[in-house]
Design a protein around this ligand. Structure first.
Ligand code: P6P
Length: 337
């Protein structure tokens, strides 16, 4: 019986796409795969932690969430460090970047930026969460200590980006600039198998994902866009369907497969939106563009933004190209309001 290719086989087969790489990127992607398996195992037991820890709501909820955020962060840092392919890591969970100062790691070519457990507040209600990562080549000289500038690169410089979605099944989705592919984890075998080859956004979409609880704070153009999406117009397949989980990875994954638009706009309470440019917007933007979609801050292409600090935020509009372009037109038309 024909079987699907494993993630490991796929990485090796596509290593030829990197003439200058001598397998380091492949080894790094494999370490992300291993860390994802370890985090997946802990998340699947999170419910048990709640049952075992029946000593009071705040203890379980707060400690459990804190533990899982920190657990995921520690697992990825230790697992990625152990392969020796990166000279440092920046994480949404940590105020500053982590430099690996020994001689072996200082020679490494790559840095990783990650959100180790995105949407973790959903864990206590058993809703899908994810891990998001970006890989860049360092710009500081090999053999020296990694610097903040190695992490403050525009998204265009990403060598690879992806996410793990811990949902009804666990899927690793990534790109190295040659399209987007998804691999589903088979816990019985302990391997990821190619399940979503060459993912592309459908040309049209009719899903939109936004926290409408923030509606009164949105710019006029976003308000007008939301009302436009809710109007009846059979020719443009409206009204659209609203789907919002509070987990970027889950909303992005569904919208990429079925066609949709994710919005986290700026608002009076969040002047630059909520999502972090480095750990959420850039990796998802790379994936979106590789899947034939777009990602902007409402005016500019996300991957062209030049970060000035590790935790800076950006308004984020991402999905089918057509839907992103419609959103940008509404923003432009009502900019003065
Ligand atoms: P809100 C999770 O905290 C996150 O960063 C994304 O995964 C998610 O889409 C968004 O924030 C949810 O934010 O303000 O709607 O709860």
């Amino acid at each position: 019986m024909e079987r699907h290719m494993t993630l490991g086989e796929f990485i090796i087969e596509n290593q030829k796409d990197f003439p200058y790489a001598k397998g380091e990127l492949s080894a790094l992607l494999s370490s992300i795969k291993l860390a994802g398996k370890m985090v997946n195992k802990s998340i699947n037991k999170a419910g048990l932690a709640q049952i075992l820890g029946k000593v009071g709501k705040e203890n379980i909820q707060g400690e459990n969430q804190a533990k899982l955020d920190v657990m995921a962060n520690d697992v990825f840092i230790s697992t990625l460090k152990s392969r020796g392919e990166i000279c440092g890591i920046a994480s949404e969970e940590l105020e500053d970047f982590v430099a690996f100062d020994d001689d072996i790691h200082k020679e490494a070519k790559y840095v990783v930026l990650m959100d180790p457990l995105d949407g973790s507040s959903n864990i206590d209600v058993d809703i899908t969460v994810g891990t998001i990562f970006s890989i860049y080549r360092r710009i500081s000289p090999e053999g020296t200590r990694v610097t903040k500038e190695d992490f403050l690169q525009s998204g265009e410089n990403q060598v690879a980006a992806g996410y793990l979605i811990y949902g009804t099944s666990t899927i690793l989705v990534y790109t190295t600039g040659n399209g987007v592919n998804g691999f589903t984890f088979d816990p019985g075998i302990g391997s990821f198998f190619l399940s979503h080859p060459k993912i592309t956004f459908p040309e049209n979409g009719s899903i939109y994902s936004v926290n409408e609880g923030n509606y009164i704070h949105f710019p006029q153009g976003i308000k007008k866009l939301i009302k436009w999406m809710q109007e009846l117009d059979k020719d443009s397949n409206r009204p659209f369907t609203a789907r919002y989980t509070g987990s970027l990875v889950a909303d992005f994954h569904r919208n990429m497969l079925q066609g949709g638009l994710y919005l986290y706009p700026q608002g009076s309470t969040a002047p630059k939106g909520k999502l972090r440019l480095l750990y959420e917007c850039n990796p998802m933007a790379f994936l979106a563009e590789q899947a034939g979609g777009k990602a902007s801050d409402g005016e500019r292409r996300i991957m062209e933004l030049i970060p000035s600090e590790l935790h800076e935020r950006a308004p984020f509009i991402c999905g089918n190209s057509k839907m992103v372009e419609i959103a940008e037109k509404f923003i432009e038309e009502y900019r003065a309001d």
